[in-house]
Write a protein that binds this ligand. Structure first.
Ligand SMILES: [Zn+2]
Length: 365
């Protein structure tokens, strides 16, 4: 299978556009037409993952943490990073990274933890993106309304929540005079025409408006269809890195911490807060999520489950009235390799895929 087939499949679900600007996601090393049979999924492209990929003849490594984060000026044997990259390339291995786009995406890492916790009524914290919307108005001669409506809907316009094909029609009279060089569908040259028309209005995302207009142009009977596009103040679907939701059953902070240990398969978690306090509303930010303490508290969470929380950040959390369960950076993200293996197996069953578990950089003695 060509590498591009795999990256197209991944990006159809986990768009690169979802990632933060500072991130470095997508194909980091490789040729899109490279042949891929064996894939290794992992959290980090560290020494252990590279050695495993080489020994198992993997053609592609898919990691959560980017192999290259910031710009590097030299790739040579004088640095460990340089030696790693040289080894990867010498062995014909491609590297693809999906980091904050996988945290933010629906069915990414944060949703995975929410599912394990069976959180209800989840909403977003740390909004990163809201879809810009527009209104498309198309003027159609009577008899062609449904054709144009179908064209708009098939291009994705008119989608509101759990409804599609949402349009509104207003009857009216259109006027026009065909000039020299025209080939009018209705009327004659140099003669003013009055035609019964319908103005069809529908909502559309700005990213989809070009496709919607092109779809209308293909079916509209007029030589010069008239249409308007208005930018709207209301926003569409939002995306964000964290989640907040309610537990099925209230439990104490201590019970929740033990639950997290079990479902994330961890040896330990760190807890900051009153262990006996009842907890119902829970926020989740995988990886390093301490910067979302205030957002989580504002969203009504009584506890934030995340990793990499510093001493003073935990103190501030207590002052903000929110408890912390620090399940570790590795602990909240190590499931990436299995999740990606399952995702690839579901759509690209021809591939041989290994989920490399790797090790936390920390050990607890
Ligand atoms: Zn991370």
């Amino acid at each position: 299978m060509r590498l591009k087939e795999i990256t197209d499949y991944i990006e159809s679900r986990y768009s690169l556009d979802l990632a933060y600007d500072w991130d470095n996601v997508g194909l980091v090393i490789g040729a899109e037409d490279a042949r891929v049979e064996r894939v290794l999924t992992c959290l980090d492209v560290d020494r252990a993952a590279i050695q495993r990929a080489v020994s198992s003849n993997a053609d592609l490594i898919i990691s959560h943490h980017p192999l290259i984060f910031k710009g590097i000026k030299k790739i040579n044997s004088r640095s460990q990073k340089g030696r790693d990259i040289l080894e990867i390339m010498r062995n014909g291995i491609n590297v693809y990274c999906m980091h904050t786009n996988f945290d933010i995406a629906t069915d990414g890492l944060n949703d995975h933890i929410c599912k394990l916790l069976k959180l209800k009524s989840t909403s977003l914290i740390g909004i990163t993106h809201e879809q810009s919307l527009c209104k498309i108005a198309v003027y159609v001669p009577k008899g062609y309304e449904d054709t144009v409506r179908d064209a708009l809907s098939s291009a994705g316009a008119g989608h509101i929540g759990n409804y599609d094909s949402c349009t509104f029609g207003i009857d009216g009279t259109g006027t026009f005079r065909p000039l020299e060089g025209s080939k009018p569908f209705i009327g004659a040259k140099n003669s003013l025409e009055k035609v019964e028309e319908v103005k069809i209005e529908t909502i559309c995302t700005m990213s989809n408006v070009k496709a919607a207009v092109e779809s209308v142009m293909r079916v509209h009977p007029y030589e010069e269809p008239a249409y308007d596009i208005y930018e709207l103040v209301n926003k569409g679907e939002a995306q964000g890195i964290g989640r907040v939701g309610a537990l099925e059953n209230k439990m104490t902070l201590s019970e929740l911490a033990r639950e997290i240990k079990t479902i994330l398969k961890l040896d330990f978690v760190k807890v900051c807060g009153d262990l006996g306090m009842p907890v119902e509303n829970v926020a989740v930010v995988s990886g390093s999520g301490a910067e979302f303490i205030c957002d989580a508290a504002k969203a009504g969470a009584q506890v934030l489950i995340t990793g990499d929380v510093k001493y003073h950040q935990a103190q501030e959390a207590l002052e903000s009235g929110i408890a912390i369960i620090d399940a570790g950076h590795h602990g909240t993200e190590k499931h990436f390799s299995v999740l990606m293996k399952e995702f690839l197996e579901a759509g690209k069953s021809e591939l041989s895929i290994e989920a490399f578990s790797g090790k936390d950089v920390f050990e607890c003695l």
